[in-house]
Structures are given as C-alpha cells and as structure tokens.
Unconditional design. Structure first.
Length: 278
C-alpha cells in the first residue's frame, strides 16, 4: 500500500526519504496530470509544509530560490532587472492557477526538454542545491539535468534550492517563447539571453540558451564567445548565423518540424540579442 508523507522540517523529510524511497512532489502540477484516471500506487513525499524551503534569499554574491517557491512568488518578488528573463518565463508557465502552485525547482526536476524555466536558469549560470543525511552538494544545472526526465539527483537526496550568482546591476536579460498560442501551451522554441555591457558600450559578457530544440536546454557558447568584445548596438543581432546553432538537435513532432524549430530558434536568438542591445 502506498504512503503519503508531508513532513514539516527538512530533517524529517530526509530521514523519511532515507528509510523509504519516495516520489518527491511540491506543486504537483506535472505529477498529478500524468496520473489522471490511475490509482496512486507509489510512495509520495510532499515537501510543501517545510516553510524554510519557500523563499527567495539574497546570499551576498548570489540568490537562492527555495524548493517550494512558486512561479507567482518569483513574479511578485522585488529582484534586480537581470531576473527579468525568469519573470517573463514565469508568466508563461500555464495559467495563473499553475503559476500559483507550480514551483521553479519542480520545473527543473521534471527535466522536460520544454521546461520554461530551463533556458533562463542556464543563461544565469544557476546551480542546483541538493541535501541528504550525508550533507549538501551543489552542482551546475548543466550537470543536474541529464536528459528527457532524467536528473543527477540521488534517491536519498532532496533538491532544496537553486543558487544563482549575481550579475552586474546593469545586466539585462530577456525570454522569448514560440508556441501555438500565448498561454497553456508546450513551447516549440524558447530563448533566454543575458548581456552585460561595459562603460565603453562593448559586450563584456553574453549568455544565450535555447530550449525545446534538444533533449536538454543548451547554451550557444560559440556565439557567446564571438559576441563578447563587440559593440553592443543594433548591428549585434546580425552576427548570429545558423552555424551558431550547431549544438542544437531539434526533433520534428506535431508542434513543428526540426527545420522549422531551427529556423525559429535563429529568429528568436536574433530578436533576443536585438532587444537587449538594439
């Protein structure tokens, strides 16, 4: 017979997980829809009663987004401008009801190729904080999400938060999403970009990530390298070419062909760069 546990402290949750391997849920916005019409035949560990996990905290040189922090919490939080990409993504995660219940960490742990939060977190160099009875470890999000529905979380670990290093105060970010409609849609292509510009008007740092075009969201590192040191003006977007999309491996499905996704990715990357520098 399956069990449903809802501990109120992280310590209790970790001890419960060490004694019984369970499916960990927070908002449940991916978990429950996948089980409509089916009996709940697995052990569940619900972490939403652990108050310490629902917070966005300033850690000095970084921010920490707690594991049960919802998309609505993120939208409402007073954060630097470079968080704009994540706030834009948050507003396109389902409807308001989903935003109120769904969590940013849950979106990462679900490891969908079309996870709305993945490109923005990748562009912000986010890391994943995991806890177990053995201690805590922090790994880059690029090493945490391994593939479609696959992560590096060990059976006795709970993801307790996301750690995001601070950008310069004048850094800018954006998020663009292409879908069949504005809301309640699985994305065809997503792009997030973060750019920091020097006092001389040159690109100091650039990070560009694309989602829904590979098994995991992917940084365009060759493009980032090429754009650094260039004038941050309306000519910058024109430097983006199809060659820069080489790391992507889009598939064809009912939402669009692989070629369509690649063409759309090129357009959205150019638009994102232009929005931040044009």
């Amino acid at each position: 017979m399956s069990s449903y546990l809802r501990p109120t402290t992280l310590s209790d949750a970790l001890h419960a997980l060490s004694e019984q391997r369970s499916t960990i849920i927070a908002g449940g916005t991916d978990f429950y829809p996948a089980r409509v019409g089916k009996p709940l035949d697995e052990d569940v560990l619900d972490v939403t009663a652990i108050e310490s996990l629902r917070a966005i905290e300033d850690g000095g040189d970084h921010y920490v987004i707690g594991a049960t922090t919802t998309w609505t919490d993120l939208i409402r939080e007073d954060l630097p401008d470079w968080f704009r990409a994540m706030k834009l993504a948050a507003k396109e995660v389902g409807g308001v009801q989903i935003q109120n219940a769904g969590t940013i960490v849950g979106n990462v742990c679900n490891a969908s190729p079309a996870a709305d939060g993945a490109p923005g977190l990748l562009a912000l160099d986010a890391s994943v904080v995991l806890a177990s009875l053995s201690g805590e470890r922090i790994i880059p999000i690029t090493e945490f999400v391994l593939g479609n529905r696959r992560t590096a979380r060990k059976p006795d670990e709970i993801v307790v938060g996301l750690r995001i290093p601070k950008c310069r105060e004048d850094a800018k970010s954006t998020f663009l999403k292409l879908g069949a409609r504005k809301y309640l849609v699985i994305s065809i292509v997503m792009v997030s970009a973060v750019i920091e510009v020097s006092a001389e008007g040159m690109v100091d740092r650039c990070r560009v990530a694309v989602g829904s075009c590979s098994e995991v969201a992917t940084r365009l590192q060759d493009l980032e390298t090429e754009l650094c040191g260039m004038p941050a003006d309306d000519r910058l977007a024109g430097l983006v070419t199809t060659d820069h999309l080489a790391p992507l491996s889009p598939i064809g499905d009912v939402r669009g062909s692989a070629d369509y996704r690649r063409d759309a990715a090129l357009t959205l990357v150019r638009r994102a760069i232009d929005e931040l520098t044009g």
